[in-house]
Design a protein around this ligand. Structure first.
Ligand code: BGC
Length: 878
């Protein structure tokens, strides 16, 4: 027996989850070992309903495999609402067997019917309704679960306590196709005798004002609740308490709670004891049974939004116009929690903004019609602590419009919330501006990963723009474990894909059917936006190594390529509603679309998506498809080249055009030097700056570093004047801006009409820092998820030192370097059960001192290559 073991056991990417609806849930683990070179050669999984593993539902037997990720359960059909125990052991490369490691999961409805009814109010207004019923629990309760969902948003309570720590549940999906429910273990909340179950319902995405027109009732007219409490007793009996006509409802203190506008709460109208047993029925009306038009009820597809951290007020300002403004020091997303004392009827009125304007006053204008306000009317009973229910805002500054007396630093806390995902990267560098940029990138993700990847969290938009989500995906996968988050969203992408294969601009698609940018008709899309359906699954497979994500999305990818193909009779994608290189600096004044010909970007992405489909087809063993899409790729590439490459040079004279040709492989190897020379010249013409937009910016540093100009890539990264990543950092940004010139050198602002200070797209430079500067990469063609690690760090004197610790799905990988004089010291940690190929830059005359346990693969062209088994390594290059 070895001390190696399986650790970090996950079922459907969650630890001991309750409410699994996958018929064959995916099981994963990490090999844990302190030995150099530890590898898994085989594994065995057992699944049972008994903790003692008496009778087994599945015994995988000994499976000769290195795989530890996404192994599908392969036993007898699972039963609904049932706890299962699973354990795994492994054999290492010496064929020594480990002990068992054990975990749990519990199924949800697995598609079986709900017995509860949908219930709602008879009349409905702006104010939120409170719902309740009492029920009794006998002695000998063994376990209890609450399954709950809503049309709108709900907050559940049992016996005076909120159930769970989630917010904005049941979350946001394409409700007409699927609606999530949550499952909570409520055993501890219940007691023998009378119990009370309550829920507050808000409008949320379902029917509250949303989109820039503040359109109401996007999904339906009435809020509705559906829930079931299952009580399991020691004697084997089961009782179910359901939402049905026995419930009562009434108005309460929440006069209004909307996603964009905030909340108005009158504490004088609170309903003491509403969620406890023994309340008199006075003022409560019987509910109505409803039948809303929603799709399939599915167990929550990713961890819901939760309060993740609390930010204290850093400064209390008096702005030039005399306003009191509290500064949290960080642009964040969530809501404030207030602590106030005053007389009954006194008012707290807060307005939440991202920034101060050029005049130094709170600047609400870039929120457009989103109000982001909080009004709280005191009940006048000692210290009152309050946070809103069904809203979130993007803000750093809190303008105090009204407060009883003077607020102090302890009066308000910023509660930062986002969908559940764990941070997986830690970066240290010798440069404080780069560290701040890295922090801004993380905050951009925290603030915008709210149920779906939002473009921004503050103005009257906050949509799942498909382009933004695609652009940022690889960076996102380094920052946080966001596999489930994207997988959930991609289900929406498939649900909302148009019948012609086009992928909407936003998912869930809530834009009116007649909305389109370039009047190409309602069922159209733009390159780089629609391509989310090919690029995101490929990125997820690369980062997390789960083939199911490719299987799930394969047909949708093909349909999308089919859509472009139908509009490209000559291989050039002439259709669509193209956004080109969105918000690039080379756009004509007043225009959003950059100077690169949209036909160019469209066809370049058409080629990329086609190539991804071909690659995925090979991986999934669909050889005929692979051949077809390889041939199509060849044809599209040839059409592109015929149109845009003349005498070995890319004809479009923009940075983005050169960038795409280089990174998408649209120029031949022999043509690369010319393209990269041209790119350098175009950068030079801009005084050493980029002028790329959403499409070119994510790739510009790759185009340079992959073609011998890492020095120039670093120069772009280190630019501190406009336009650059560090320009905004120098201007005090604590998140990533939508525009390079969100705030100009002279302090004036880009137009209010579209000026978000928390837009993650340009945070995609994170990917270059992690993959090139720190050199953490993987070869996904065989197995994704960093089984075949590629390390190729690129040190640079201006950074002096960089270290990234990245928790890959297979274990923690570390890559660090430090430059001192003419010496570079490197340090690597390779997780168990993986192998790495390291490429070190060692120019002419350089001496590499390598540790004994690194196997040399030879050197050529100024590079030395090594094969690294799991373990720790130090190298020096002089
Ligand atoms: C959004 C962008 C989006 C773009 C496309 C903007 O309003 O904020 O991030 O991709 O529209 O039209």
């Amino acid at each position: 027996m070895t001390s190696d073991k399986a650790a970090f056991l996950r079922c459907e990417y969650r630890e001991n989850p309750v409410g699994i609806d996958a018929p064959s849930p995916r099981l994963s683990w990490q090999m844990e070992s302190t030995r150099q070179g530890a590898m898994q050669s085989a594994y065995q999984i057992e699944v049972s309903t008994e903790e003692t593993f008496g009778a087994l539902c599945w015994d995988s037997g000994r499976v000769q495999s290195f795989e530890t990720l996404g192994i599908p359960y392969g036993g007898a059909a699972l039963s609904a609402r049932t706890p299962y125990f699973w354990r795994v052991r492994l054999w290492n490369e010496e064929n020594e067997c480990s002990g068992w490691s054990q975990a749990r999961f519990e199924t949800g409805f697995l598609g079986s019917p709900w017995m509860s009814r949908w219930i709602g109010a008879r009349d409905e207004e702006e104010s939120c309704h409170y719902y309740r019923r009492e029920f009794s629990v006998r002695g000998g309760l063994r376990a209890a679960r609450l399954y709950i969902t809503a049309c709108g948003l709900y907050e559940a309570h049992i016996n005076g306590r909120k159930v769970g720590r989630d917010h904005l549940t049941p979350g946001w999906t394409s409700y007409g196709d699927h609606l999530q429910y949550q499952s909570y273990d409520v055993t501890e909340l219940l007691g023998e005798g009378e119990n009370a179950l309550g829920a507050i319902l808000g409008d949320g995405w379902y029917k509250g004002p949303y989109t820039w027109d503040k359109k109401r009732e996007l999904y339906g007219h009435k809020r509705a609740l559906r829930c079931q409490v299952h009580l399991w007793y020691q004697d084997g009996r089961e009782e179910i308490v359901s939402s049905d006509e026995r419930w009562r409802y009434r108005r309460g203190p929440i006069l209004s709670s909307q996603l964009y506008d905030g909340e108005i709460y009158d504490a004088r109208l609170e309903l003491p004891g509403w969620d406890k047993p023994g309340l008199s029925g006075a003022g409560w009306s019987p509910v109505r049974v409803l039948s809303p038009q929603v799709g399939e009820l599915v167990s929550t597809l990713c961890a819901p939004v939760r309060a993740q951290r609390e930010l204290r007020v850093q400064k209390i300002l008096r702005t030039p116009n005399g306003d009191r403004v509290l500064d949290l020091g960080q642009n964040m997303v969530g809501w404030p929690r207030i602590r106030v004392r005053g007389r009954k009827g006194e008012l707290v009125f807060l307005r939440l903004v991202e920034t101060l304007g050029p005049d130094g006053n709170a600047y609400p204008y870039n929120l457009r019609s989103a109000k982001q306000e909080l009004q709280y009317i005191l009940k006048g009973e000692g210290v009152e602590i309050f946070e809103p229910h069904f809203t979130f805002s993007g803000f750093r500054y809190i303008q105090v419009v009204a407060w009883p007396g003077e607020p102090n630093e302890d009066s308000v806390l910023g509660v930062a919330a986002h969908s559940g995902m764990e941070q997986t990267i830690e970066l240290r560098s010798g440069n404080p501006l780069i560290e701040r940029l890295y922090k801004n990138i993380l905050w951009g993700q925290r603030g915008n990963f709210i149920e779906v990847p939002l473009d921004c969290p503050q103005r009257d938009e906050r949509f799942g723009w498909t382009g933004d989500a695609q652009i940022f995906a690889r960076t996102a996968s380094f920052n946080f474990d966001c596999f489930l988050f994207y997988e959930k969203w991609l289900r929406g992408v498939r649900a909302d894909q148009f019948s012609n294969g086009a992928v909407p601009f936003v998912v869930p698609n809530i834009l009116p059917r007649d909305w389109d940018l370039a009047s190409a008709g309602p069922e159209s899309t733009s390159a780089a936006w629609g391509d989310c359906v090919t690029i995101c699954p490929w990125v997820l497979y690369t980062a997390y190594g789960d083939r199911r994500i490719l299987e799930e999305n394969y047909d949708a990818m093909k349909r999308y390529v089919g859509y472009m193909r139908a509009e490209s009779p000559n291989g050039l994608w002439e259709g669509g509603s193209q956004l080109g290189d969105w918000v690039a600096l080379d756009a004509k004044p007043g225009d959003y679309i950059g100077a690169t010909d949209p036909l160019y970007t469209a066809t370049a992405f058409y080629a990329v998506s086609t190539r991804i489909v071909a690659k995925v087809a090979r991986l999934l063993g669909r050889q005929a498809d692979a051949q077809e899409y390889e041939a199509l790729y060849g044809a599209v590439r040839a059409a592109f080249r015929a149109r845009f490459v003349r005498d070995g040079e890319v004809s479009e004279e923009t940075q983005t055009a050169q960038v795409l040709a280089l990174v998408f492989g649209l120029v031949e190897d022999g043509e690369r030097p010319a393209a990269v020379r041209k790119l350098a010249e175009l950068i030079e013409r801009k005084g050493g700056h980029l002028d790329t937009g959403f499409v070119g910016a994510p790739y510009i540093c790759f185009a340079l570093s992959e073609n011998g100009r890492a020095d120039l890539a670093y120069e772009l990264l280190f630019k501190e004047d406009f336009p650059s990543w560090l320009y905004q950092v120098r201007k005090g940004a604590t998140t990533v801006w939508e525009h390079w010139d969100g705030i100009m050198e002279d302090g004036s602002f880009w137009s209010d009409e579209m000026n978000s200070f928390n837009h993650y797209s340009y945070g995609s430079i994170g990917e270059w820092i992690y993959r090139v500067a720190a050199g953490i990469d993987c070869d996904a063609e065989e197995a994704g998820g960093y089984r075949d690690i590629r390390l190729h760090p690129v040190p640079d004197r201006r950074l002096s030192e960089l270290c990234c610790r990245y928790r890959t799905p297979r274990g923690t990988l570390e890559s660090g370097w430090r430059m001192e004089g003419d010496k570079v010291e490197y340090q690597f940690t390779i997780p168990p059960n993986t192998t790495a190929i390291l490429t070190l830059r060692a120019g002419e005359g350089a001496r590499v001192s390598a540790p004994q346990n690194a196997r040399s693969l030879g050197s050529s062209g100024g590079e030395a290559r090594y094969l690294l088994a799991p373990g720790r390594y130090r190298f020096t290059v002089k």
